[in-house]
Design a protein around this ligand. Structure first.
Ligand code: PMP
Length: 432
């Protein structure tokens, strides 16, 4: 009998780490079963503790857009390691990474580097409140912006009542200024702005929501958010932690600007790809907003490891490689190939299935039609999804272990990888 090292490690992990994991979704609590403990990764492949190989459609939840262990990224990181791990003092590479980000995202004049998306989102909210002198914020049901207290809020029952905290340990007072609305619902948005006229500091949104699988904000919804925030002196915060540099070189905001002339968010939140797998995130805006930040202005924000020299080296090399002409077009085509293949196999097996993708981000639903908001996403057949997930995992194809998570393709995925996944799905769909 072969020993299952994943099971052994999971048992050991659970003794010392809550749930055995350092971020909840890794525990497979949504799908059941034992998580694979990853020993190493190369290109588009993960290898677990049993040395089983998987085609990786998570990519560390977004950062690994070039796949794992890209040789040029590795050498940039190796060179940086020899120079020192962290100085707590400014470095030239922070300027270079900031310049590289700003060049690709003209909505921002300045950017501040931090270490996680949570930190970036939390700081962006503080900045918006500090800049506007207002307290209320609007977020959308199903969008995730990290685990800052004010953002851990469930949708309430209508606008009269504010959402309740979605986590123990968050006092009601802390979320009393957070208004939760349904994604893609223009009516609710108009109602909220009318009701709280002059009180709303900002609207924070994922332009393509990757935390309820894959749901695009409609152009009409985005246009209305932009109009209402401008009319009411509120700021639009675009959380592009997931979409940034992944759905297009100019990120999701460049795609919406093609539909809505002159469109740009006021503040952008970034993470994942800009660190290439190292702890790195950022938030940026036009100069007058960013100059409110400490040490120039009254909004405090800081970090011991912010702008870390290894992370900036990794991020810079990653941004440089994905800036090559045609990179995102090729990635979009490859992701499209996977989606079309899965859809064809599901159709052939008579399984209800809908797909969408942009660049290297994708979503598939065990639903006949693409959903446009959280409630619709959660109508997916959970047991059916879990069966699909485990069927694919057993065959060596690693999708996100929850039906409300997006999927990720990297430039390291080969046609053979994609084809193998489609063939495995053919078998799995027959079992559903
Ligand atoms: N915003 C979005 C859109 C995210 O997807 C995430 C994480 N998945 C975050 C913020 C939080 O980032 P982090 O996990 O780095 O704190």
């Amino acid at each position: 009998m072969t020993m299952d090292k994943n099971a052994q490690l999971f048992e050991r992990a659970r003794q010392v780490i809550p749930g055995g994991v350092n971020s909840p979704v890794r525990a497979f609590n949504a799908v059941g079963g034992t998580p694979a403990f990853i020993a190493r990764a190369q290109g588009a492949h993960l290898f677990d503790a049993n040395d089983k190989r998987y085609v990786d459609y998570i990519g560390s939840w977004g950062p690994m857009i070039l796949g794992h262990g890209h040789p040029q990224v590795l050498s940039a990181v190796q060179a940086a390691l020899l120079e020192g791990f962290s100085f707590g003092a400014p470095t030239e590479r922070e300027i270079a990474l900031s310049e590289a980000i700003l060049k690709l995202m003209p909505s921002m004049d300045m950017v501040r580097l931090v270490s996680s998306g949570t930190e970036a989102g939390m700081s962006a909210i503080r900045l918006a409140r500090g800049y506007t002198g207002r307290n209320k914020i609007i977020k959308f049901n199903g969008c995730y912006h990290g685990h800052a207290d004010a953002l851990l809020v469930k949708a309430g029952s209508g606008l009269a009542t504010f959402g309740a905290s979605s986590s123990a340990g968050v006092p009601a007072q802390v979320v009393q200024d957070t208004i939760v609305l349904e994604y893609n619902d223009i009516g609710q948005l108009e109602e909220a702005f009318a009701k709280y006229d002059g009180q709303i500091a900002c609207v924070i949104m994922e332009p393509i929501a990757g935390n309820m699988n894959f749901v695009r904000a409609s152009t009409a919804f985005t246009r209305r958010i932009s109009e209402l925030t401008q009319e009411h002196g509120a700021l639009l915060i675009y959380d592009e932690v997931m979409t940034g540099f992944r759905v297009a070189l100019g990120s999701a905001q460049s795609l919406y600007a093609q539909q809505i002339p002159g469109f740009k968010p006021d503040i952008t939140v970034l993470g994942k790809v800009i660190g290439g797998g190292m702890p790195m995130a950022a938030f940026g805006a036009r100069r007058e907003i960013m100059e409110k930040l400490s040490p120039l202005g009254p909004v405090y924000q800081a970090g011991t490891l912010s702008g870390n020299p290894i992370a900036t080296a990794c991020g810079l090399q990653t941004l440089s490689l994905i800036s090559q002409p045609g990179f995102h077009e090729a990635l979009h085509a490859k992701t499209g190939q996977l989606m079309a293949g899965l859809k064809a196999e599901a159709d052939a097996a008579g399984v209800p299935f809908s797909v969408d993708h942009q660049g290297g981000l994708f979503g598939f639903f065990l639903l006949p039609e693409l959903p446009s908001h959280y409630e619709a996403v959660m109508k997916s057949d959970k047991p059916l999804f879990n069966k699909f997930f485990h069927g694919m995992l057993a065959r060596g194809h690693y999708f996100a272990p929850a039906l409300y998570e997006a999927g990720f393709v990297s430039s390291a995925h080969t046609d053979a990888d994609i084809q193998a996944t489609i063939e495995a799905a053919r078998d799995v769909f027959k079992t559903l």
